[in-house]
Design a protein around this ligand. Structure first.
Ligand code: ADP
Ligand code: MG
Length: 247
């Protein structure tokens, strides 16, 4: 594993009820990279994602993150592992009974013993980072769809994770809100050096922010490379995907 490798997936296979949904999947993601896992509905994107988050049983020697086999972590290593991950789920709803500020503060309150004024400072800084400086006192019901996503993003990065996972972060957004969410994710990488793994099928997002594309077709990786290479690819499913999305 090279020194700047953040994630290494090696021959990962997975089955549900005797049906193989991932077949020998291998790829690496480097530090500070924005990597996009791409593919049609049911191709296995979320299944890869859930393995990297250890939500499913991971076979030994298939996934290394932070230079450790994630199937082989002891209890304290697991805790460290999860503290270093930011996760932005597709339906990462905020708690409606709490203000935006309170929602974003939750992890700091649970996992640190920082005093309230320091927590408030950190939360306000993170909200400013996602252009929600004025939303601290607002309730989720008072926010637009795009603002809710950005609040969820602030919550995902509150512990300064070196690694951020996003599963279809832009789902349901209009093109303008999607573009501004993409810009924020790009800023996070540029300003904080966060490595980002994103699952999406939004072609416009990919072309805007991806350094690396990992293309899945029915559980098999059919393409790995830059967006520029993907656009020039002769692989039929890849060609198809991009011609549909950009047309
Ligand atoms: P994607 O995120 O690319 O749309 P998924 O990774 O969610 O695809 O799913 C890949 C395939 O695995 C699909 O056919 C899906 O029905 C199946 N699958 C995913 N999770 C489960 C599960 N927990 N149990 C059974 N089948 C599943
Ligand atoms: Mg999915």
């Amino acid at each position: 594993m090279a020194s700047n490798t953040m994630i290494e997936v090696k021959s990962l296979s997975a089955s549900f009820d005797d049906r193989q949904v991932l077949k020998n999947v291998s790829f690496t993601i480097n530090e500070r990279e924005i990597a996009v896992i791409l593919g049609g509905s049911g191709s296995g994107k979320s299944t890869i994602f859930r393995h990297m988050l250890r939500l499913y049983d991971v076979p030994y020697n298939t996934i290394r993150i932070f230079d450790k086999d994630i199937a082989d972590l002891n209890e304290s290593e697991q805790l460290v592992f999860f503290m270093k991950l930011g996760v932005f789920y597709q339906n990462g709803a905020l708690l409606n009974s709490l203000t935006v500020g309170e929602n974003v503060a939750l992890a700091l309150e649970q996992h640190t013993s920082l005093p309230p004024d320091i927590i408030e400072n950190i939360v306000r800084t993170k909200l400013e980072l996602v252009n929600l400086g004025d939303a601290y006192q607002l309730f989720p019901s008072q926010l637009s769809g795009g603002m809710l996503k950005r609040a969820a993003l602030a919550r995902a990065i509150i512990m300064d994770p070196p690694l951020l996972f996003c599963d279809e972060p832009g789902a349901g957004l209009d093109p303008v809100s999607l573009a501004s969410l993409d810009q924020l994710i790009l800023n996070l990488r540029n300003l904080l050096g966060i490595t980002v793994v994103m699952v999406t099928h939004e072609v416009s997002s990919i072309l805007r922010i991806a350094d690396k594309i990992i293309f899945l077709d029915d559980g098999v990786i059919t393409f790995k490379g830059t967006p520029q290479d993907a656009l020039k690819s002769d692989i039929p499913v890849v060609k198809d995907f991009f011609s549909k999305g950009t047309g």
